[in-house]
Design a binder for this molecule. Structure first.
Ligand SMILES: [Zn+2]
Length: 254
């Protein structure tokens, strides 16, 4: 399995990061993608990438909740440190916590879509309470080869399909699918397995039975199991297909 979204560099893992990585490997996780947030977490991310080569892979970008009136310095920093990234992320729009800087969030998101175009990289997109704005930016900035993951997807099948009119996007499914969430279960049921990838978003959003506790990549199997129940397909087929999906998006491997 590939954990397509984990903040392994978060200080929540400082006491036992080596063991967390060990448990993930034992649980069948072969690779992890570590999305960036902002300058303040860059060093921890870089240290983590260096400590676990061939296991941790880098995404670089400026997270929408870290965008304020002074985004330029943050954005330039992210671009200067983009070497060896397998994706641009995490980037996007978030009006859930605050829409105070939505105008700036849009500018920052659209500039980073252009990085994806220029560097021919996939995007890891965070979109919360901002679906009209998301579709608007994708439509406006679309280019041939635009691709990525709509991470921690909380929208409808219709919005997901519309995003796919502008580019090639997979749906990131995490621990939320194990909560009593009929709506997301329905979205997963109605989305082809070829469009799904697994993610934990650890240390946040632990799946049941660990809900409320620290999340980690070894719990990815609980997410795969829930998808297998919802879709009525074997666990093996869920693991195989989502791994293939992640490999071809991030590592150009079929
Ligand atoms: Zn994240």
């Amino acid at each position: 399995m590939i954990d397509t979204h984990v903040h392994l560099y978060d200080q929540a893992f400082d006491p036992d990061r080596d063991q967390v990585v060990q448990r993930a490997k034992e649980a069948g996780v072969s690779r992890c993608i570590l999305p960036a947030i902002s300058m303040s977490s860059f060093k921890a991310q870089a240290d983590c990438l260096e400590r676990y080569p061939e296991f941790c892979y880098k995404a670089m970008g400026l997270h929408p909740t870290s965008v304020d009136g002074n985004y330029r310095k943050e954005l330039d920093f992210a671009y200067e440190n983009i070497q060896n990234a397998v994706a641009i992320g995490e980037v996007g729009l978030d009006a859930y916590w605050s829409d105070e800087y939505m105008k700036q969030q849009v500018i920052v998101f659209e500039e980073q879509i252009l990085w994806a175009r220029d560097l021919d990289l996939p995007l890891i997109i965070h979109s919360r309470s901002s679906f009209p704005e998301l579709l608007n930016s994708l439509k406006k900035c679309r280019f041939p080869g635009m691709r990525g993951v709509l991470h921690a997807w909380s929208g409808s099948v219709e919005v997901f399909r519309e995003a796919n009119r502008y580019g090639y996007f997979l749906m990131g499914i995490g621990g939320v699918i194990t909560f009593h969430n009929a709506r997301l279960a329905d979205v997963v049921k109605n989305t082809d397995l070829s469009s799904l990838v697994l993610e934990t978003d650890a240390p946040w959003l632990s799946p049941v039975p660990f809900r409320g506790k620290r999340n980690e990549s070894s719990y990815l199997s609980y997410i795969a199991e829930k998808i297998s129940l919802i879709k009525g397909l074997s666990l093996d087929s869920i693991v195989d297909q989502t791994t293939q999906n992640a490999l071809s998006l991030f590592f150009n491997t079929k």
